[in-house]
Design a protein around this ligand. Structure first.
Ligand code: HEC
Length: 110
């Protein structure tokens, strides 16, 4: 195989993987998270307001957010005074999908 062909092949493969991953995380965000956090992460949906979802585009919000905390919360959910505020997604999403979603949430940062 010529180096040029090989390079094109690698590029195509890399792009394909990247695209399918991006689609997945978009889908997951739309399916599981938009109802509360909104498409833009601002949490200005009906359910988001009710649950008390914060503005994920806020710089301070992002600064306070650690990957470990976010991971735990997405996996195990969040309860306050015995009331569920955010569902647990551990049974619906794999660890890798959760990690991709955290990276997705990071992108809301202004
Ligand atoms: C039932 C409403 C609801 C749904 C659905 C929901 N969340 Fe949340 N989420 C909340 C609330 C309420 C909070 C706490 C306030 C805040 O940080 O916005 C929160 C907080 C978070 C945080 C911050 C955690 C931290 O450590 O401060 C992340 C990250 C997050 N959600 C990601 C997600 C992802 C990813 C999904 C989809 C898989 C999702 N949420 C679905 C309501 C929801």
């Amino acid at each position: 195989m010529k180096w040029k062909t090989r390079l094109t092949l690698i590029a195509t493969l890399a792009l394909g993987t990247w695209c399918s991953q991006a689609a997945d995380v978009n889908e997951n965000w739309k399916t599981h998270c938009v109802s509360c956090h909104g498409k833009d992460g601002k949490g200005e949906t009906k359910a988001g307001k009710k649950a008390g979802a914060k503005d994920m585009t806020d710089t301070k919000y992002q600064a306070d957010l650690t990957d470990a905390k976010a991971f735990k919360q997405i996996k195990e959910g969040m309860k306050e005074d015995g009331k569920e505020r955010m569902k647990a997604f551990g049974d619906k999403l794999s660890d890798d999908e959760i990690k991709a979603l955290i990276a997705y949430v990071r992108k809301f940062k202004k």
